[in-house]
Design a protein around this ligand. Structure first.
Ligand code: BV8
Length: 245
């Protein structure tokens, strides 16, 4: 049951900005990073994999971890949460999805306005940013990582590692989306990683209503206008339906 005040706001929204994290893809079978049961990082030491230093130290190992995750993303399908956001985009004046995820599932569900704050598993690039980005570039069992076709140097996943700057313009685009929004939804994120976790706070500063959907409390919970406890796949379609009725 949706809170009547929230229901009244949802009926009026025309421009929603949505911040998503790994929890949105959990019901597609992709493990999140930090959730106790299946958290990817529980099995791997993040410092040993998701940093430029790790790639420098052991490029083949880091490449194999991303190839494994790329295979999981390829086998996964968008779930009702991804599809509800794509449907919202068709019905509203705007529904930019600012995602921390690198699995490409929002685009596969049909969302066209997607800001990938942390890049994408589906692309690889040369260490030299001047060389063209390569789609996929998956090569398992040969000399890993694959080589750049321009300079022969090692390719890396086109994701943002800890300590690296976000893709040029991505955070600015996310801030612009918040500035134009009349509603912000934060779904399936532990609200720990910066600068992504600051976006809902920007919305609150602007007096834009902030709703969180998560199966557990996060640092955003005490300050959000509403924090709905439950899964993205179950709650998001209900919110989307309330906004259109
Ligand atoms: C930068 C890509 C500067 C790679 C990732 C301020 C304070 C402290 C530290 C910092 C700071 N500012 C910057 C930092 C450092 C760092 C940082 O934030 N550290 C954290 C740990 C404190 N930030 C950075 O390094 C960023 N860069 O600031 O650069 C700079 C500027 C100029 C020049 C040079 C440098 C870059 C951060 C990006 C790191 N890359 N990923 C990869 O994927 O391998 S982050 C990684 O965590 C993923 O992208 C992931 O999406 C992201 C956030 O995690 P979540 O998505 O929230 O996932 P998580 O598992 O944590 O949580 C899932 C949630 O879902 C849980 O709450 C769970 O309860 C919930 N859930 C589960 N199932 C469901 C569900 N909810 C609903 N339904 C369900 N079914």
């Amino acid at each position: 049951m949706i809170d009547p005040d929230l229901g009244r706001i949802l009926k009026r929204v025309r421009r929603v900005v949505v911040l998503t994290g790994a929890g949105v893809s959990a019901e597609s079978g992709i493990p999140t990073f930090r959730d106790a049961s299946s958290g990817l990082w529980k099995r791997f030491d993040p410092e040993s994999l998701a940093t430029p230093e790790a790639f420098q130290r052991d490029p083949a190992r880091v490449w194999e971890w991303y190839a494994h995750r790329r295979a999981m993303a390829a086998e996964a399908s968008p779930n009702p949460a991804h599809r509800a956001l794509a449907e919202w985009e068709r019905r509203l004046d705007g529904c930019p999805v600012v995602t921390q995820n690198v699995d490409g599932l929002h685009q596969r569900a049909g969302s066209r306005d997607v800001i990938e704050l942390h890049g994408s598993l589906l692309r690889s690039r040369c260490l030299d940013p001047r060389h063209p980005v390569e789609e996929g570039a998956d090569a398992v069992g040969v000399d890993l990582p694959p080589r750049c076709q321009t300079c022969g140097g090692p390719l890396r996943p086109d994701v943002v590692w800890f300590g690296e700057a976000l893709p040029a313009g991505a955070y600015e685009a996310a801030l612009a989306a918040v500035a134009e929004a009349d509603f912000l939804l934060s779904v399936g994120t532990s609200s720990l990683v910066q600068p992504a976790a600051s976006l809902p706070l920007e919305a609150l500063e602007r007096g834009v209503p902030v709703v969180e959907i998560n199966i557990e409390p996060t640092p955003l919970t005490p300050v959000a206008d509403w924090s709905l406890r439950g899964t993205a796949g179950e709650i998001l379609p209900r919110l989307a339906a309330a906004a259109s009725s």
